[in-house]
Design a protein around this ligand. Structure first.
Ligand code: SF4
Length: 432
């Protein structure tokens, strides 16, 4: 039987794609191996988010190429494939196939056209011939079916691509405009996964459905329909202008009042320069509204530090916002100039050392806030989902992103239980 060795890099969305690949490879008669030397098929699901991620992807491809035995094939998929298809094939002859989303490129970087089926299609095994080599499985990552999850939770990607044009972001340039999956297809996937918690993801999740012409607010019926099928529905990556009252109500009604707001910055001139919506005052008002409605609401956000033109005043505004907003979780990322973006040609790039200083200041501030918010939970009751013996999460912790809750080992994975928080250590809690 043929064996494959798969390496997944990057974000949760890539993990979804890899799970699908695992399912498809299994259906095509492949079994997994941890030993790349034994594999007839080596697959790297790459990330191209920023320079560091690209370098890690290239290093991984080169490292795996060293293990490529006679007759074995090396396939590169994911964001690097999508973004640099032709270039990758040209500069790395070790690669046998560069496979993007919904279409496959051959070893000369040529597009073989759309893979089998539209968004609603169930995947078939579309073979892609490489010279005389045996056919390869389908790599149409958006539309492949999912295998059953081995964990009590699973990501579900509801759309691919993005219609916005944020100044720092290259995603629309290589993932294309938004393509939402039809609701019935998503619900079939949710039911087949048979898990307690579904984490909905997309590049611009709140805009789900706009491209289908089924109305502006199809995210709300999606959230409602998913939450009728699973105990927990969690949403990641919400663009702030789309956080409507209706969506807030729908999220609170799921019982998982977790708001992952993609804010990026708060200073009005800088937000405009980022070609995004909003400012710190608007964000604070929205957060206050939500807390008034649901005092137990948990918040996460991300910010970019050192975007071209970021002044000391912009940075101070962000510090003040972080202090006032007191969100539970917050990620700060150094701006990375990306080809094909609006910001790459902007003047006033910020010095790297200054960016590092600003990042450290923000992270220190937020670490204190996170620790304080966690301490405040000691003595309270939380409803947890046990991910694995000893490890659980309440509505406040997204899987693989936020802290966790240590729980008694006898609680089996998949158990939902109400426990009392007995301690806190940094981002993590203990409960009994
Ligand atoms: S909404 Fe997100 S994916 Fe879309 S352009 Fe902005 S940062 Fe990129």
């Amino acid at each position: 039987m043929s064996q494959y060795h798969l390496v997944t890099l990057g974000c949760p969305k890539n993990e979804v794609d890899s799970e699908k690949l695992v399912g498809q490879l299994g259906a095509d008669g492949f079994t997994a191996t941890d030993d790349p030397d034994q594999a007839q098929l080596l697959v790297v699901n790459t990330c191209a988010f920023i320079g560091e991620a690209r370098q890690e992807s290239i290093d991984t491809i080169l490292a795996l190429a060293e293990h490529k035995g006679d007759g074995a094939r090396l396939v590169v998929t994911g964001c690097m494939a999508e973004r640099y298809g032709d270039e990758l094939s040209d500069v790395m002859p070790e690669i046998d196939l560069v496979a993007g989303f919904g279409h496959a490129l051959d070893d000369h970087g040529h597009d073989h056209g759309p893979a089998a089926g539209g968004p609603a299609a169930t995947a078939t095994s579309t073979a892609v011939e490489i010279g005389r080599k045996p056919s390869l499985p389908d790599f149409d990552l958006l539309n492949l079916p999912r295998p059953r999850s081995l964990r009590p939770w699973a990501y579900v990607k509801v759309a691919e691509g993005c219609d916005r044009a944020c100044g720092f972001c290259a995603i629309p340039s290589f993932r294309g405009p938004q393509r939402s999956r039809p609701l019935p297809v998503i619900l079939d996937e949710v039911e087949a996964l048979d898990v307690q918690e579904i984490v909905l993801v997309a590049q611009d999740l709140a805009a789900y459905g706009r491209d289908q012409g089924v109305g502006e607010r199809s995210i709300v019926p999606l959230v409602q329909a998913v939450s009728e099928r699973v105990a927990r529905t969690r949403l990641l990556y919400l663009y702030p202008s789309d956080l409507t009252d209706g969506l807030i109500d729908a999220i609170c009604a799921t019982g998982v009042p977790y708001f992952d707001l993609s804010l990026q910055h708060v200073s009005p001139p800088l937000v405009r320069r980022m070609r995004r919506w909003g400012n710190g005052d608007k964000f604070l008002r929205r957060i206050d509204d939500i807390r008034a409605r649901e005092p137990d609401a948990a918040f996460r956000s991300n910010f970019i530090v050192g975007y071209p033109g970021e002044t000391e005043e912009d940075h101070d505004q962000l510090l003040r916002f972080v202090e006032e907003a007191e969100v539970d979780w917050c990620g700060f990322f150094a701006y990375s100039p990306e080809d094909g973006t609006y910001a790459v040609d902007l003047d006033d790039q910020v010095d790297g050392e200054l960016v590092a200083e600003r990042l450290a200041e923000l992270r220190e501030l937020q670490d204190g806030i996170t620790a304080r918010r966690r301490d405040e939970l000691i003595g309270s009751q939380v409803e947890v989902l046990v991910d694995a013996p000893g490890i659980a999460r309440s509505h406040r912790e997204a899987p693989e992103i936020d802290g966790v809750i240590g729980v008694p080992d006898h609680l089996a994975a998949g158990t939902l239980a109400t426990l009392t928080v007995t301690g806190a250590l940094g981002p993590d809690l203990e409960a009994e």
